[in-house]
Design a protein around this ligand. Structure first.
Ligand SMILES: [Zn+2]
Length: 238
């Protein structure tokens, strides 16, 4: 597990060179955001030990296998930690994959998994988890949320964006790392979420795949413009 600190409160954990998980430091201990593929639990627990802080909360940005794969293992290893999931991710993990009226009726993509663990609490956009504001970020998947740390403007955006293989809004392909785009459910929803996330004016952007960016405003704008162009191109072809 590669470990990198960003500011006072964010620790980035990277496994298999392309999967990020994050610890957010709170006064009572750590919040884990995303659990990686199955088999990531040991490295996550060892990292918490090195940081010298207990894991108090476990959450996810979305229910894809590279984010939720070690959820059950960690839930079992950390029975005291509160399991707090986005409400929609909890549904997906329980096997209810239905789309809602009003959502893009496009096929789901990417590897969703089910889990045994049931959340102690579910999150809706606008809720808080410690210092983090829960922000809706559907598009890559219908259930995706982002977490905004208002203490220092850090945005943990799941796969709403990627930085590995080149910066992109989810749904715009980067051939050096095409998987997030290939796993994206609906580009129009993704662009809409990207704009809403950029409007938070994050000072730091942490994503599921690739390095953490400080002062991402210009990169975000360029990426959103490109995604809008792609979307308009698709609309014209349709
Ligand atoms: Zn994903």
């Amino acid at each position: 597990m590669k470990v990198k600190q960003h500011g006072e409160n964010l620790t980035q954990l990277t496994r298999l060179w392309f999967v990020n998980m994050y610890f957010v430091r709170e006064e009572d201990g750590l919040t884990l955001i995303d659990t990686g593929f199955s088999g990531s639990g040991k490295g996550i627990l060892e990292t918490a030990e090195k940081l010298g802080q207990p894991v108090r909360r476990i959450t996810l940005t979305h229910a894809h296998v590279d984010h939720a794969g070690s959820l059950d293992a960690l839930h079992q290893a950390l029975p005291e930690a509160e399991l707090v999931l986005p409400a929609r991710s909890a549904e997906f993990l329980a096997g209810n994959m239905e789309l809602l009226p009003g959502e893009a009726q496009a096929p789901l993509r990417g590897g969703f998994i089910t889990a045994e663990a049931r959340p102690d609490r579910v999150l809706q956009p606008g809720d808080r988890l410690g210092s983090l504001l829960v922000v809706a970020a559907p598009g890559h998947s219908p259930d995706q949320v982002a977490f905004f740390d208002e203490r220092d403007g850090t945005l943990i955006a799941g796969d709403a964006f990627q930085t590995l293989g080149g910066f992109a809004v989810s749904g715009v392909i980067r051939w050096r790392f095409p998987f997030p785009a290939q796993a994206t459910w609906d580009l129009a929803t993704s662009v809409h979420s990207a704009q809403a996330l950029a409007a938070l004016k994050p000072q730091r952007l942490a994503v599921g795949h690739g390095s953490v960016l400080d002062n991402p405003a210009a990169v975000l704008n360029a990426g959103i413009n490109e995604a809008q162009e792609k979307l308009h191109g698709q609309a014209q072809k349709a």
